[in-house]
Every structure is written in structure tokens, then in C-alpha cells.
Design a protein around this ligand. Structure first.
Ligand code: FAD
Length: 351
């Protein structure tokens, strides 16, 4: 099967839907291709206790406020999934599921989008595939020697399966802190971070992060001094469960170990910690393998972008992923603005 459209959006999470909203407003013909069987993107996959770090009204996509969740100032992931499901229905976004894009190729004046259920030809492509699908694990000596269970953030669901066990959580970001807090009550927890945990002030949540990311972008665009953005505030949002575990003294962190041994981990001075499981909360990388045929990666492995537009392929925009595709563009509230700009530029290019 081959189909033709003006724009193919790859990925039907929040970034793909925000792109769809603006493409529709500009009257462009488009499809959204999403590998999942259900709406909600990565929010369908997270651990049970995950809550947003911003209130609902500050977690909204363009056009429609996220409704508050009864009894929760910070909505949970299931609430976000419900919101995204409702959003794509309300705006009648043409999302095709499950369709996995295998490759994007140049084909004369068009781009050819090859999937596991047919091929689309389009004047332009917006890639919005997120990062959840490409977990990052650092190369630590001895990883293959450890006899216990190793898992990444993406596989963690709840503390139940680790009750009474010796668990090592690796990572000083939000996922590491939240999963450590989740496990602190019922397991023998060792939390390991590369540097001492840096908590944001307790009254700072996603609203302030968005403002900090926006202020940084503006300063850089205007040639002023780099404000440091979100990183200048700290690494960990002190969401209520993290704050509670920290304040009860359950979240003291050890420095990074040097290697894994069959029974656990070992530090440079020979100290060891025994473990039944190690949970690697060590981040993600952009899921971009479908763009490999375009050969856009530079020497350092990055695709160069100007805003969302790929510098070496103006028919391609990258949306979501991180600050390199727009300030706070990997957040619910932050993706609207770069989505609007990407749609505007593509309307100019195509029509
Ligand atoms: P995703 O939600 O990952 O959606 C991408 C979609 O593309 C998926 O459905 C995927 O299946 C599909 N896809 C991937 N590859 C292909 C392919 N080749 N072909 C077709 N489809 C494909 N943000 C906030 O605003 N507030 C928060 O509180 C917050 N908390 C977070 C907590 C955690 C633990 C994490 C990891 C992130 C958090 N974020 C938060 C950041 C961000 O909002 C989420 O990561 C969000 O899911 C990113 O949306 P996305 O649309 O870019 O990607």
C-alpha cells in the first residue's frame, strides 16, 4: 500500500498530537503514525506511583487545558493518558495505530516513509518519537558478572516485587530520586548518584522549570549571558513523595561505585554492597533510528537543528526530545510553541 499526504508525523505521543493540532489549524493534509496500540505515548508505560511535577493547568497542550484530577494537585500518569486520548478525539487527529516507521528516505521532491504496514509519500516529516524507547545504560565494568536482576527505569513498575530485597538504585535525576523514594520504605535500599543529590527548592515545580528553560532560550537568542536554564536550579524536583522520604532521612546517597561483582557492587576502596537487584535510572537517548537513511548525524552523532528544523534536510522537523528542539519541548506545556513553529514553517515550505 502506498499513500500520499502533505505531512507525516511520526509518533502519536504528546509532541505528535501538538504537531497535529497546529497542522490542522493551518489546513494541511497529514497523518500521525504511532507504534503503540493505544493513545498516551510513553505515559502508558511509567511506574505506578508516577505523578507529574506540575499541576494540571501547567501541563496542557495547545487548545485545551488538562482538567484537574480529583484529589490530586499533581495528576498521575493515568490521568495524562486519559487527557491525551480525549485530546486526539476532540481534534479528530488522524492517528494510525499501530504503525511503526522503519525508515525515512529521500525520494525526489518527496520523503518516503516506510512502515511495517505500508509506505507514505509526503512533502515533509515531523519526527516526534520521544526518548522512552531508547533507554541508556552506562558502560560499567562487570555488568555481565552480576548474578542478580538488572533493570532500567523503563522496566520498573512498583515496590511490591522488591519488598524485603536489597536494591541498588543508580541515578541522581528525577527518575532515580522518585524510584528510590518509592522503594525506601519496604526494601534495603542503596541509592547511588554520581554527585551529591541536588534538590530544587521545595516550592519549585514544573512551572518554574518551564520559565527557566524559556528565559535561557531567550537569553541565548538575544546574545546575552547563558542563564544556565533548568540545570542551574538543581536536578531533582522535590515532589511530595521524594520530599517525605528525604525528610525522614531515607534518601541518603552514596557515590558511584566502580564495578559490579557477582553479588553486588564495589567501590574504589574495596567496600562492597550486596544486592538482589540494580535499577539503572540513567536516562534516555532520542529514538531516531528511523531517520538513519537520511544520514543526518554529524561527527558527534547529533542531528543539527535550527529550532525544530533539521539543518541539512529542511523537509524534516524534530519535535519533543529535549531543549535542543525548543525550550522545554520535552514537556507537556513546553511542546506547544515549537509545534506551532514547525507547522508554520512546513506550511510555508509546502503550500
Ligand atoms: P512519547 O510520549 O515517548 O511519544 C512518542 C510516541 O512515538 C510513542 O507513542 C512511541 O511509541 C512512538 N514511536 C516511537 N518510535 C516510533 C516509530 N519508529 N514509528 C512510529 N511510532 C514511534 N513532562 C512533563 O511535562 N511533566 C512531567 O511531570 C514529566 N515527568 C516525566 C517523568 C519521567 C519519568 C519521564 C521519563 C518524562 C517526564 N516528562 C514530563 C517528560 C515528557 O513529558 C515525557 O517524556 C513525554 O512522554 C514525552 O512525549 P513525546 O510525545 O515527546 O514522546
Amino acid at each position: 500500500m502506498t499513500d500520499r499526504t502533505q505531512v507525516v508525523v511520526i509518533g502519536g505521543g504528546q509532541a505528535g498530537l501538538a504537531a497535529g493540532y497546529h497542522l490542522r489549524r493551518l489546513g494541511l493534509d497529514f497523518v500521525v503514525l504511532d507504534a503503540q496500540t493505544e493513545p498516551g505515548g510513553a505515559w502508558q508505560q511509567t511506574w505506578d506511583s508516577l505523578h507529574l511535577f506540575s499541576p494540571a493547568a501547567y501541563s496542557s497542550l495547545p487548545g485545551r487545558f488538562m482538567p484537574p484530577q480529583a484529589g490530586e494537585e499533581y495528576p498521575d500518569a493515568a490521568h495524562v493518558v486519559g487527557y491525551l486520548r480525549d485530546y486526539e478525539k476532540r481534534y479528530e487527529l488522524p492517528v494510525h495505530r499501530p504503525v511503526r516507521v522503519r525508515g525515512v528516505h529521500r525520494d525526489g521532491e518527496l520523503l518516503r516513509v516506510r512502515t511495517d504496514s505500508g509506505t507514505w509519500h509526503a512533502g515533509a516529516v515531523i519526527s516526534a518519537t520521544g526518548t522512552w524507547w531508547r533507554p541508556f545504560l552506562p558502560a560499567v565494568p562487570g555488568r555481565a558478572d552480576f548474578r542478580g536482576r538488572q533493570l532500567h527505569t523503563v522496566e520498573y513498575r512498583s515496590p511490591r516485587e522488591f519488598a524485603g530485597r536489597r536494591v541498588i538504585v543508580v541515578g541522581g535525576g528525577n527518575s532515580g530520586a522518585q524510584i528510590a523514594a518509592d522503594l525506601a520504605h519496604d526494601t534495603e535500599l542503596t541509592w547511588v548518584t554520581q554527585r551529591a543529590p541536588r534538590y530544587l527548592a521545595d516550592d519549585i515545580d514544573g512551572r518554574a522549570l518551564f520559565d527557566a528553560a524559556t528565559a535561557r532560550r531567550r537569553a541565548l537568542d538575544e546574545g546575552r549571558t547563558d542563564t544556565g536554564g533548568v540545570a542551574s536550579l538543581g536536578d531533582i524536583v522535590a515532589v511530595p513523595p521524594v520530599r517525605a522520604a528525604r525528610d525522614r532521612g531515607l534518601l541518603s546517597a552514596s557515590p558511584m561505585f566502580t564495578c559490579l561483582v557477582p553479588g553486588g557492587v564495589e567501590w574504589a576502596d574495596g567496600t562492597r554492597a550486596e544486592a538482589d537487584a540494580i535499577i539503572w535510572c540513567t536516562g534516555f537517548r532520542p529514538a531516531l533510528s528511523h531517520l538513519a537513511p537520511l544520514q543526518l548525524r554529524g561527527r558527534r552523532g547529533h542531528i543539527a537543528t535550527e529550532g525544530t528544523r533539521a539543518v541539512d534536510e529542511p523537509r524534516l522537523h524534530l519535535l519533543g526530545y529535549g531543549d535542543w528542539t525548543g525550550p522545554a519541548s520535552a514537556t507537556l506545556i513546553g511542546v506547544g510553541r515549537p509545534a506551532r513553529e514547525a507547522a508554520r514553517q512546513l506550511a510555508e515550505l509546502i503550500t
